[in-house]
Design a protein around this ligand. Structure first.
Ligand SMILES: Nc1ncnc2c1ncn2[C@@H]1O[C@H](COP(=O)(O)OP(=O)(O)O)[C@@H](O)[C@H]1O
Ligand SMILES: [Mg+2]
Length: 278
């Protein structure tokens, strides 16, 4: 469904004292292929180039070299008809649900916006479609008349998902889509995404720095390190990753688990009024 061939992208470093010569190599020589219906995860530390790759896939950023083909269409060399088709077929959910929705718009207009790029619908048709979409993501029809500030982060992320599926896309880029949420809310959103994937036969390009989330959600995982894919594994092979970057991710996750367990013991001990040695 999706093919990337030797894709690279550099940015000019934009620091105040920079004379404008040095470049940041955000993505370097990335090649990958994604099967229809799968969940492909890009896992890597902050700054490893994940969002840049996601934006190139969506056509928001242009690669310096290489090409990205979606069902045979080069996403950076399209005719107007192909561009419209891609706008409908490729959607995105970003991390920060607060800044990705316009606070002045009603939920109805936020969710309907991508539909109206390609389809002409009257007010009644829009409300029927938006009502259906809100129900699909676990919200109610009445929510369409409310404004973003009336919702929690998790609910706003559901609204962003309703908006993303409104055009009946084939592939959705999920860029750290659950990372700003509490763990329990994260899990409920991941479950929703899994259900929608099956119901709508979606393909996901999932971007995360969180190994736990990657493990819960993915079929295949590519480890991105300094702009390069250094290892590609099926989810059950992750523990056997050989590259230093994969090992570092596994190791840091272990340490987080350890701190988490200790904190839980500490919380329990507070209730029991007994000291716990950790
Ligand atoms: N618009 C930009 N201008 C300059 N540098 C950028 C820009 N976008 C990203 N970068 C740089 O490219 C590298 C990769 O960034 P990014 O793709 O956002 O990584 P990630 O999503 O993995 O955190 C970083 O060093 C970042 O500072
Ligand atoms: Mg990012």
């Amino acid at each position: 469904m999706l093919l990337m061939n030797h894709v690279s992208k550099s940015y000019r470093e934009s620091r105040f004292f920079n004379k404008g010569n040095s470049m940041i190599r955000a993505v370097e020589d990335v090649s990958l292929s994604i099967k229809e219906g799968s969940c492909f995860t890009l896992l890597g530390k902050s700054g490893s180039g994940k969002s840049t790759l996601g934006k190139m896939l969506l056509g928001i950023e242009k690669p310096d070299t290489g090409e990205i083909l979606f069902n045979g269409i080069n996403v950076h060399k399209t005719t107007i008809t192909e561009r419209k088709k891609l706008q409908q077929s490729l959607q995105v959910v970003f991390q920060d649900c607060h800044s990705s929705v316009n606070p002045k718009l009603k939920i109805r207009d936020i969710v309907a916006e991508p539909i109206l790029v390609n389809e002409k619908l009257d007010a009644r048709q829009i409300e029927i479609r938006v009502g259906e979409l809100l129900k699909m993501v676990g919200l109610s029809e009445e929510d369409m008349m409310k404004y973003p500030h009336q919702f929690s982060g998790g609910q706003l992320q559901r609204i962003a998902i309703a908006r993303a599926i409104s055009t009946r896309p084939r592939l959705i880029v999920l860029d750290e889509s659950v990372n700003s949420l509490d763990v329990l809310v994260q899990i409920s959103i991941l479950k929703l995404l899994k259900r929608l994937q099956q119901e709508l036969m979606l393909t996901y390009f999932f971007i995360t720095h969180d190994l736990h989330v990657a493990r819960l959600f993915s079929d295949e995982i590519a480890i991105l390190h300094k702009g390069r894919i250094v290892e590609q594994l099926l989810v059950h092979e992750l523990e056997h990753g050989k590259h230093e970057a994969t090992k570092a991710l596994l190791d840091s996750q272990l340490r987080i688990d350890c701190i988490h367990d200790h904190l839980e013991l500490y919380e329990e001990s507070k209730h029991e009024k007994k000291p716990v040695i950790v």
